[in-house]
Design a protein around this ligand. Structure first.
Ligand SMILES: *Cc1c(COP(=O)(O)O)cnc(C)c1O
Length: 411
């Protein structure tokens, strides 16, 4: 079930204060989510969640998560710069990039970040751009397909990420020769899954692999990095991940393979993005157009530039109309943006209450991979971002783009 925790009065007040469209983020919701996650893994030595900055790259959000004990997972120069500006450094940053320009390693090393190497060839690049740190993380790709029970979750064999099993001992021995003292393992094998068995299964794989590699490379396992991938309920009939149960079952795997957490000392890290902020963001738009041809269309003042997921993946985002939560959904609409692209639709054949021009149309679950994937196609501009603070006030944490921004890079 998408998140209905904010009453419509909050969206209505925000829309009185700021022109639509905008993304509204619920600070308290994000904090509570971080607290629940930290509690679920409080048994693990030195557990840390490194928020995947790409999901919601805004310094104020990073600060909020930092206050809740989280670090940052960065994959590019600008994400590293934003993490630094937001007060993160050292072991509060993981740099987890692939096919990146070599100088990005240098900045990550200067900040003292953990480095997650995506490929065995990155060893040489790292030697030349900042050197090998004492703790080094490597990304594992098991190949083939990855299943949970009977459900195929992904095709690692077709994915561009990570090292093969065979490359790991060779590369880790080389890293040891170059000065590494301990290693860590990372893998990302399923995306956007609410299956409670994903993390425990992945943890089991990485714990066992870690123990094998310790023998093969002669370095101890420092941590495993379960990365991101925990999904959120976008559809009304979907269940939330039970994060407490996930933590408990990762602990069971830990004890089975590694022994008592306090004795084994192997740390656990996560790089969740979507799970941390996705349900706590809404794209607040206004119905500005109504059109009846072969189908009924409601045009809103946002478009795919503000939220690309429906156009790009056919992704479902729940929609409700402010003030009409309890109204009967006896109309069927396509809810569209204004791009000259027929896939610019936030919803297709969606049952909704009757929508009138001026209604606030609230698009759910835009707190991750929402604003962040924005673009300027068709000369459409990115919106503002508004934080609904824990004190119950509204704070603009990014202004909307203007035509001057759009033209500012032209020579
Ligand atoms: C995208 C990404 C994440 C976050 O993924 P979510 O699905 O948002 O949890 C974490 N780690 C890496 C390396 C990523 O590329």
């Amino acid at each position: 079930m998408p998140n209905f925790s904010l009453p419509d009065s909050v969206f209505e007040q925000a829309a009185q204060q700021f022109p639509t469209p905008f993304h509204l983020y619920d600070e308290q919701g994000i904090r509570d989510c971080a607290r629940g996650l930290n509690a679920a893994f409080s048994w693990a030595p030195d557990y840390t969640e490194y928020f995947a900055v790409k999901a919601l790259p805004n310094p104020r959000i990073l600060e909020v998560l930092g206050e809740e004990g989280c670090g940052c997972d960065c994959s590019s120069l600008c994400e590293l710069m934003m993490a630094e500006k937001s007060g993160f450094s050292g072991d509060r940053i993981i740099f987890s990039a692939n096919a990146m320009p070599p100088e990005e390693f240098a900045l990550a090393r200067r900040l003292g970040a953990y480095i997650n190497l995506d490929d065995i060839s990155d060893i040489d690049t790292l030697v030349e751009n900042g050197g090998i740190p004492e703790t080094i993380c490597v990304r594992f790709n098991p190949g083939g397909s990855f299943s949970l029970g009977n459900a195929v979750m992904g095709q690692p064999g077709d994915s561009k990420y990570g090292w093969t099993r065979d490359q790991l001992p060779t590369g880790l021995k080389r890293l040891k020769q170059l000065g590494a003292k301990r290693f860590a393992l990372h893998a990302f094998l399923a995306s956007c899954t609410t299956d409670n068995t994903y993390y425990p299964t992945l943890a089991g794989i990485l714990f066992r692999l870690g123990r094998e590699l310790e023998k093969q490379c002669g370095m101890p396992l420092a941590f495993i990095n379960l990365s991101g991938g925990i999904g959120i309920p976008y559809y009304p009939d979907e269940q939330k991940t039970d994060i407490r149960k996930v933590g408990e079952n990762v602990k069971k795997q830990y004890i089975r393979v590694l022994g008592k957490p306090a004795d084994a000392g192997v740390s656990i890290k996560t790089e969740l993005g979507r799970y941390m902020t996705g349900p706590y963001g809404w794209l607040v738009t206004r119905a500005i157009h109504e059109k009846r041809i072969y189908k009924d269309y409601i045009g809103v003042d946002a478009c795919a530039s503000n939220l690309m997921r429906p156009a790009m993946y056919g992704a479902y985002h729940h929609i409700h109309v402010a003030g009409k939560r309890d109204a009967v959904c006896d109309h069927v609409y396509d809810v569209t943006g204004s791009l000259c692209e027929n896939n610019d639709k936030f919803a297709v054949d969606r049952k909704l209450p009757e929508i009138e021009k001026g209604d606030l149309v609230i698009i759910h679950d835009t707190g991750a991979h929402g604003f962040a994937m924005g673009y300027q196609y068709n000369g459409r501009l990115r919106s503002s971002e508004i934080l609904y603070t824990k004190e119950g006030t509204f704070r603009m944490i990014r202004r909307a783009e203007t035509p001057e921004d759009y033209f500012s890079t032209l020579l």
